[in-house]
Design a protein around this ligand. Structure first.
Ligand SMILES: [Zn+2]
Length: 142
């Protein structure tokens, strides 16, 4: 019997890079209930699903629940060739870039999220300049 446990569980990121809804700068939401070394956790983990939102630009700081995060814009989000590419955070984006460059990601801490990647994305985003746009986002949009 094969199990599909991996796909039955939803993975939540500990740290999320967001576009601040107040000043449109780079902000973050971090679930401080989750130890730092756990970069993402599954739905059955007992961690409380509360993230601390913080923007260093406009100094807004408050707690957000998962549903609130769904209504916020991600910082790492770009439309390339009609394909929306998004990442929860820089490490997630790093995995996507490596995957597009056909690098070995099997030991990458975000490899689980590979299955979330749109098939179109892998088909359409293969040239250097498109991948370069993602790399620049990682490099300069910090
Ligand atoms: Zn702000």
């Amino acid at each position: 019997m094969t199990t599909h446990v991996r796909y039955d569980h939803y993975h939540y990121p500990r740290e999320i890079d967001l576009l601040c809804p107040h000043c449109k700068n780079h902000s973050v939401a971090i679930n401080e209930n989750v130890p730092k070394e756990i970069e993402h956790f599954i739905d059955i983990a007992n961690f409380e699903k509360i993230w601390d939102f913080k923007c260093i630009y406009c100094i807004k700081k408050y707690q957000v629940e998962w549903d609130d995060i769904q209504n916020m814009d991600l910082w790492y989000k770009i439309n390339l060739k009609g394909v929306l590419i998004w990442a929860w955070n820089s490490k997630h984006l790093d995995m996507i870039i490596k995957k597009l460059k056909k690098e070995d990601i099997k030991n990458h801490s975000w490899v689980f999220f590979e299955s979330y990647l749109n098939k179109n994305c892998l088909k359409k985003i293969k040239n250097k300049s498109d991948i370069g746009k993602l790399e620049n986002m990682l490099k300069y949009r910090i």
